[in-house]
Design a protein around this ligand. Structure first.
Ligand code: LRH
Length: 469
């Protein structure tokens, strides 16, 4: 008898993949069927947009490649907050805009005229990020939301596969329109924000069947927020663990049984996102490897022949703590000349501006490590928890220097892996729904362990330079 196979579509902000997950002896074995670039594009007429039709083409191609393995089901996860609007004719109306688009400038102020920050946080538990869906919706031209249905990206692709409208709850929790305590849409917030009552479709839970896709394959709702899938795949054994889901973004925090909605949590800009099995992902979203990928893009555009491996090796030999930035400086959000922005931030804080790529990369990785440590320390304090070990999952788990620096900055061991955490979490939810995996926290083998090294006081002093203490 063949092992049951599941298809995970996992869309990241720089690349997407279609993976086949086979359940073998209670563990999941992943094979990549397809990988493609996804990045946002500037379109004539302005605005940063995603090519969702192209992504859908890749999903269909991936499903065709999976067909010989007779998959039990397929699930889709992606980055959060971005959406398409479906018109009364059932068609996608307009483009899907990218959260890095500047159209949300000033929208927080506009919302504040209708809903105060305290109420917004008390209901949604969501960290303020300028691109939360609620702010994107306020930036839409008047009338554009009338008679429309909002579909977050995985829900949009699921709709195209099945014809069924709905909103999966983990990703819905990133819109700032969901009540994190009841896990229902907040009718009150929707009304006070001035949004049409019918904009949001009914909610679905991870594991729910959405419908039937091409070739009769069932399409399942998974934890469709990629970070929710990644956290579900953290191979933790005890209780006292922190995690960093590290890719374009660094999502560092804790898994909790319920939200922390205290004034201190709001002041620390912590988020309470919905996780699998009623859990809450209590974390802070800070900019992650975007700083590195955008720097590499700029250097290569200028004709520098530079590989990631080489520049990381060189960065490992650079001196420590020369210059630190706050990765979450909003100047780093839009695409552009990242090395120059980093140099400017260093000059402005009285530190030497890194010039050579290795020095820039050293600054980026030490700064990310400090941000990870600050988020985890704050999470532990706010939730009254201990952290004995930090799991780094996602693409960043492959970055040995970043994992080591994170261990050093946190002062506890880092366990790295899995790299494909989102795809794995996606398969877990499907395999559990099919009854071929148990409901306990899934266990996979972290592939590397980094013990914390050395000088805590020096890390603390570096953090203080940019207020990351
Ligand atoms: C990571 C992620 C993160 C969101 C951001 C928009 O991919 O989903 O959790 O905050 O993208």
């Amino acid at each position: 008898e063949r092992e049951p196979a599941f298809v995970a579509v996992d869309l990241g902000a720089s690349s997407g993949r279609v993976m086949l997950g086979r359940v073998r002896n209670g563990a999941v074995d992943l094979t990549e069927l397809r990988r493609f670039t996804t990045g946002p594009r500037e379109r004539p007429g302005g605005g940063l947009r995603w090519d969702v039709e192209e992504m859908y083409g890749e999903v269909l191609a991936g499903l065709r490649e999976a067909a010989p393995s007779a998959p039990v089901s397929v699930g889709i996860d992606s980055w959060a907050v971005d959406y398409g609007l479906i018109g009364p004719d059932g068609k996608l109306d307009g483009d899907v805009r990218c959260y890095r688009d500047s159209r949300t400038d000033g929208m927080a102020g506009r919302l504040r005229e209708r809903v105060d920050d305290e109420t917004l946080y008390a209901v949604t538990g969501l960290q303020y990020l300028p691109f939360n869906t609620i702010y994107q919706l306020l930036a839409e031209p008047p009338g554009r939301l009338v008679d429309r249905t909002l579909l977050l990206l995985p829900d949009l692709l699921g709709y195209w596969l099945t014809g069924e409208l709905g909103a999966e709850v983990t990703n819905a929790s990133t819109t700032a329109l969901l009540d994190v305590t009841t896990r229902q849409w907040s009718a009150e917030l929707i009304e006070r924000a001035g949004l049409p009552a019918g904009l949001l479709p009914p909610l679905r839970q991870p594991g729910d069947r959405i419908g039937t896709g091409p070739d009769g394959v069932p399409v399942l709702a998974v934890a469709s927020h990629d970070t929710a899938s990644a956290v579900a795949a953290v191979p933790a054994s005890g209780e006292n663990f922190g995690y960093v889901s590290c890719g374009t973004w660094s999502l560092a925090g804790l898994e909790l049984p319920g939200p922390v909605l205290s004034p201190a949590a709001r002041a620390a800009n912590f988020t309470n996102e919905a996780g699998v099995d009623g859990t809450v992902r209590f974390l802070r979203n800070t900019m992650g490897l975007w700083l590195l990928s955008e720097s590499l893009r700029v250097w290569r555009e200028r004709g520098l022949a530079i590989t990631l491996g080489e520049v990381l090796d060189a960065a490992a030999r650079e001196p420590q703590f020369v210059s630190i930035v706050d990765p979450d400086d909003q100047a780093f959000l839009p695409p552009g000349d990242m090395p120059e922005r980093i140099a400017r931030a260093c000059r402005e804080s009285g530190q030497p501006a890194p010039e050579r790529p290795a020095a820039v990369v050293r600054t980026i990785l030490e700064s990310l490590a400090l941000a990870h440590a600050a988020s985890l320390r704050t999470a532990a304090r706010l939730a009254d928890r201990e952290i004995d070990v930090v799991h780094v999952v996602g693409g960043g788990a492959r970055n040995a220097l970043l994992c080591q620096l994170t261990a050093d900055a946190c002062g506890v061991p880092v366990l790295a892996g899995p790299v494909e955490a989102s795809a794995l979490g996606n398969v877990y939810v499907q395999a559990r729904a099919a009854g071929v995996l148990a409901a306990e926290r899934p266990v996979s083998e972290p592939f590397a362990r980094y013990a914390p090294r050395g000088d805590r006081a020096a890390w603390r002093a570096a953090a203080e330079r940019v207020g990351l203490a």
